[in-house]
Design a protein around this ligand. Structure first.
Ligand code: CO
Length: 135
């Protein structure tokens, strides 16, 4: 497959965006790029730019949010690694034919107007892995 062009962002699960912002903004001094709610994922996202890499903080907006389930199981921490790709449908097809288990068989809408899809951590060494394409 065509390799990803870069790591686009890291997703970090937090109980509270408000409390987590203190570390990223006040202590690390990173600039907050904005906040967006992804209704179908029941998650609110705030992101910080660290050079070319975005740090995305993910806060659940409902008890049955995937992030709420992650927090129940693991507590706050690294949730996923997202690779940017040029052709998401082609990447998904290549992953599938390599035997990688996909959570999303087809691209769906993510934050920043990106199209995204997740691969299952059981197929990716225990790391929930997102692939995203701009536009
Ligand atoms: Co993500």
């Amino acid at each position: 497959m065509q390799p990803p062009t870069c790591v686009d962002h890291l997703g970090i699960a937090v109980y509270s965006l408000e409390r987590a912002r203190t570390l990223y903004r006040e202590v690390l001094g990173l600039v907050c790029g904005g906040t967006e709610e992804i209704a179908d994922q029941k998650v609110r996202v705030t992101w910080f730019q660290a050079g070319n890499l975005r740090i995305e903080l993910l806060e659940p907006t409902a008890e049955d949010s995937p992030i709420a389930r992650f927090l129940d199981k693991n507590g706050p921490g690294l949730h996923h690694v997202a690779y940017r790709v040029a052709d998401l449908p082609a990447t998904l097809a290549a992953l599938k034919s390599a035997g990688v288990r996909l959570i999303d068989d087809a691209p769906r809408a993510g934050a920043h107007g990106m199209r995204i899809a997740f691969a299952h951590p059981k197929s990716t060494g225990g790391v929930l892995t997102e692939f995203c394409q701009q536009g």
